[in-house]
Design a protein around this ligand. Structure first.
Ligand SMILES: Cc1cc2nc3c(=O)[nH]c(=O)nc-3n(C[C@H](O)[C@H](O)[C@H](O)COP(=O)(O)OP(=O)(O)OC[C@H]3O[C@@H](n4cnc5c(N)ncnc54)[C@H](O)[C@@H]3O)c2cc1C
Length: 379
């Protein structure tokens, strides 16, 4: 069986490594082959950009050579896919090379789109790329007091980031001795401070205890950089001295261009993770690329990838899959620089976040290093 993995990020890498370990024998004997195509020779641990923005990590700490993370036997090419010919079981890459497959796994991730909101890109900082995180750190370090506004676009990657940047900045400003001169103003698009109800119930009192003000039902319409204010669809105007954005995102352009899914999200079966529709039988979709109504998070990609790898290995060995994805997500929630909690949930069970502790924060710090073992399919 020829298995083609498109995307060398969290989902694609965890899938390929788990699968390679399970079908080691079949790969050795030529019964199965795994090829990975990616757009970059680097693998980036994106959650680390939060720490770059707070001056607690540097961008190079978050990057590894993709090839070095892959199990022996996985063929790897840096050659982005430009055309998906799903009816004929092949893709065409930027180089012009065609790759045929029996099964394709698509995990091409998503892209932040601050430019979708007029004025947002030019007038705000964010931690959604390495460059932006460095600029965010610079502006936060030079901040002399005033109002810091957090503004959130929909949909966005990583459900906890709006809360995490707010709590992290609070501690950063506290350490700089500027709390007296700073007002924190958090805005959120729906009628509570987080999309997950129990997370909102946990976070609102945390905000209250710190004097962080918030406005809900605030859907960003535009940013008026000249007058330093952000304007909502609901008609509210909020003035800022530093505007911190959680930008909206979309799936990759290549997905849209090939007609695989509106806005770059591929319609995906929530349990089998197969693409819906006529040609979906030998197409698996992972991570941010799915249209599933769950968090766009690394842990989502991780649990989906494990399920998919177990299923593909079972198909190679026994002719049929063995597992169903239950919607499992596990997100740490950093509640500042030394406390954290977590939200664990699935399609059936909502999260029940507990009071943040130093121990959970220490676990998250350890996980940031252990991630490379996760990518290798060891954790
Ligand atoms: C600031 C920030 C904080 C975050 N914090 C957390 C957190 O605390 N916990 C958590 O679980 N998640 C977090 N996330 C989210 C997490 O990083 C993503 O959800 C995760 O990386 C998604 O994995 P993926 O495989 O779908 O996509 P990615 O990891 O983005 O990988 C996509 C891959 O596809 C490749 N690619 C793109 N186009 C093509 C093409 N045409 N052909 C071939 N390859 C292509 C890219 O080069 C890349 O290798 C955070 C993200 C950000 C930005």
């Amino acid at each position: 069986m020829r298995i083609l993995v498109v995307g060398g990020g969290m989902g694609g890498t965890i899938f390929a490594n788990h699968l390679a370990r399970r079908i080691h024998h079949e790969m050795k004997t030529g019964k199965a082959r795994i090829t990975m195509l990616s757009a970059s020779h680097e693998h980036v641990y994106q959650p680390g950009w939060l720490y770059v923005a707070m001056g607690r990590a540097t961008p190079d700490e978050l990057v590894r050579e993709q090839q070095s993370l892959l199990e022996p036997g996985i063929e790897f090419h840096v050659d982005p896919v430009e055309e998906f010919h799903l009816a004929h079981n092949h893709v065409k890459c930027k180089s012009g090379k065609v790759h045929e497959y029996d099964l394709i796994v698509i995990s091409t991730g998503s892209r932040p789109m601050p430019e979708n909101i007029p004025g947002l890109k030019e007038n705000s900082v964010n931690c959604y790329t390495a460059e932006n995180a460095v600029e965010y750190y610079k502006q936060l370090s030079e901040f002399k007091g005033g109002r810091i506004v957090v503004t959130v676009g929909l949909p966005h990657k990583c459900p906890m980031i709006p809360l995490e940047v707010t709590f992290a900045m609070y501690d950063f400003i506290k350490d700089r001795g500027l709390l007296d001169k700073t007002e924190f103003y958090y805005t959120y698009p729906i009628g509570r401070v987080h999309s997950l109800e129990n997370v909102a119930k946990w976070a609102a009192p945390e905000f209250d205890a710190k004097g962080i003000k918030y406005e809900t039902l605030f859907n960003m319409k535009e940013v008026d950089g000249k007058n330093a204010k952000v304007i909502s669809e609901e008609g509210s105007e909020v003035a800022y001295d530093l505007l911190v954005a959680v930008p909206p995102h979309k799936g990759q352009e290549v997905i849209e261009k090939n007609g695989l899914g509106e806005n770059g999200w591929i319609p995906t079966n929530r349990h089998s993770l197969h693409m819906e529709g006529e040609h979906g039988k030998n197409v698996i979709v992972l991570g941010d690329t799915t249209n599933l109504p769950i968090s766009k998070a690394g842990s989502t990609a991780h649990f989906e990838a494990e399920t998919a790898a177990e299923n593909v290995a079972a198909v190679v060995k026994m002719g049929r899959p063995v597992k169903s994805y239950d919607g499992k997500v596990f997100c740490f929630i950093e509640a500042g620089k030394d406390r954290a909690t977590y939200a664990m949930f699935n399609y059936q069970n909502p999260p029940q976040p507990k009071a943040p502790t130093g121990a959970v924060h220490a676990f998250k710090m350890a996980y940031n290093k252990l991630y490379w073992a996760t990518a290798r399919g060891l954790l």
